[in-house]
Design a protein around this ligand. Structure first.
Ligand SMILES: Cc1ncc(COP(=O)(O)O)c(C=O)c1O
Length: 379
């Protein structure tokens, strides 16, 4: 049988990825019934997971699960099509209204994922006469959104706002945009929102802030006053469901509905996901939510006193070292993913710990002592 060119290409590509220790495949994770999402069986082995972005443990919250069940019974499993075609369910509108209120914005638009929200916002507001300035450690969905913006894209060094100022000063583009994670997803460090806002105000640049991981802050509301902005968020991390959103002035969000291809040409989030996110948002905005955030902050401080977000990286450098360290932790029943290029720059492979309010102090202490053994001086 003649092997097709595509088969040969697939084999060679897989071989190259294996050779570079970059081959990946998801393994099975079955959460325990009463483990708050943080304990379960990973490939059949009991583990405590520090891998999930369900920072507040809301995925398993009874009110969130019940809301998803109700929506499923009432509205069915799917949304049928894009909202401009089939119409919005009441739960879509309710969620957008409450997301806008939460963010102190005029309006919000829900997308199927946070990834879709970023590519939708950046492609809709980009164009040939726009300069887009992007932090070098921004999330992949921002990088892809920049590609789809059909704009000049200038990547500035991580959190180097002097370089950003120079780029903005030198630009003769008709419009300028600056895009940044507010909490960087693989490093857990924070953008300086004040500095970004000041530069954007001075250059009349649109600031697109991705707040996917901003469960413990920073809150940019005050800094954004008087700055043209869009706030991108996700329903899949702090809110424990699935979906994304963009919040901002109504004139901007209405334009997204008309221009963002990842809103227009895709089916709306399912009623169950939307209802789950809405219920989670209501928990988050209650005194119970305050307590969960406080608990998460306590867990982060217990694990890594200097961390500024629930994402705690443990730098290994070499891909193999990161994989071996993750394997050593797994042997002790601790699931901490090794993150390798291309997710992070070459030579900066690491473990990425995600803390949750659902972790107990005992679980946090177990991770600490395992890290002390596997990578002394890690913290
Ligand atoms: C900073 C950032 N933005 C956007 C996304 C995409 O969000 P979602 O998983 O909802 O597509 C992620 C997550 O993976 C992220 O880390």
């Amino acid at each position: 049988v003649r092997v097709s060119g595509w088969q040969a290409w697939a084999d060679a590509t897989a071989c190259r990825l294996h050779g570079a220790q970059r081959w990946r495949a998801p393994r099975a994770f079955a959460p325990d019934r009463d483990g708050g999402g943080v304990t379960g069986a990973y490939d059949g082995r009991p583990v405590t997971s520090f891998a999930s972005n369900d920072y507040l443990g809301l995925t398993h919250h009874p009110a969130v699960v019940a809301a998803a069940h109700d929506a499923l019974d009432r509205d069915g499993a799917g949304s049928g099509s894009a909202r401009l075609i089939v119409g919005a369910r009441a739960v879509h509108d309710d969620l957008e209204r409450e997301l806008a209120a939460w963010k102190h914005e005029e309006a919000a638009v829900v997308f199927p994922t946070g990834f879709a929200a970023n590519i939708g916002a950046l492609s809709a507001f980009g164009g040939h006469d726009v300069l887009v300035c992007s932090d070098e450690l921004n999330h992949a969905s921002i990088i892809d959104g920049c590609r789809l913006a059909h704009s000049d894209v200038a990547v500035y060094r991580h959190r180097d706002y002097d370089e950003l100022a120079t780029l903005l000063d030198r630009s003769s583009a008709a419009r300028r945009m600056v895009v940044s994670d507010s909490v960087f997803s693989m490093d857990g460090d924070l953008a300086d929102i004040e500095a970004l806002a000041k530069l954007c105000r001075a250059h009349d640049a649109l600031l697109v802030l991705d707040e996917a991981h901003a469960v413990l802050g920073p809150d940019p509301t005050v800094a954004l006053d008087g700055v043209a902005h869009l706030r991108v968020g996700t329903l899949s991390k702090t809110l424990g469901a699935l979906g994304g959103f963009v919040a901002g002035p109504r004139a901007f969000t209405d334009l997204l509905v008309n221009l963002a291809r990842s809103y227009i040409f895709t089916t709306a989030p399912t009623p169950a996901d939307t209802a789950a996110a809405l219920a989670a948002l209501r928990v988050l905005r209650s005194s119970e939510g305050d307590a969960l955030v406080e608990r998460l902050a306590g867990n982060v401080a217990r694990l890594a006193p200097h961390a500024t977000s629930p994402i705690v990286p443990v730098l290994c450098g070499d891909d193999g070292v990161a994989l071996d360290t993750a394997a050593a932790l797994l042997d002790r029943g601790l699931l901490v993913p090794a993150i390798r290029p291309p997710t992070v720059p070459r030579g900066t492979a690491r473990l990425r710990i995600a803390c949750s309010a659902a972790h107990t102090e005992t679980q946090i202490d177990a991770l600490r002592s395992a890290l002390d053994d596997a990578r002394p001086g890690w913290c």
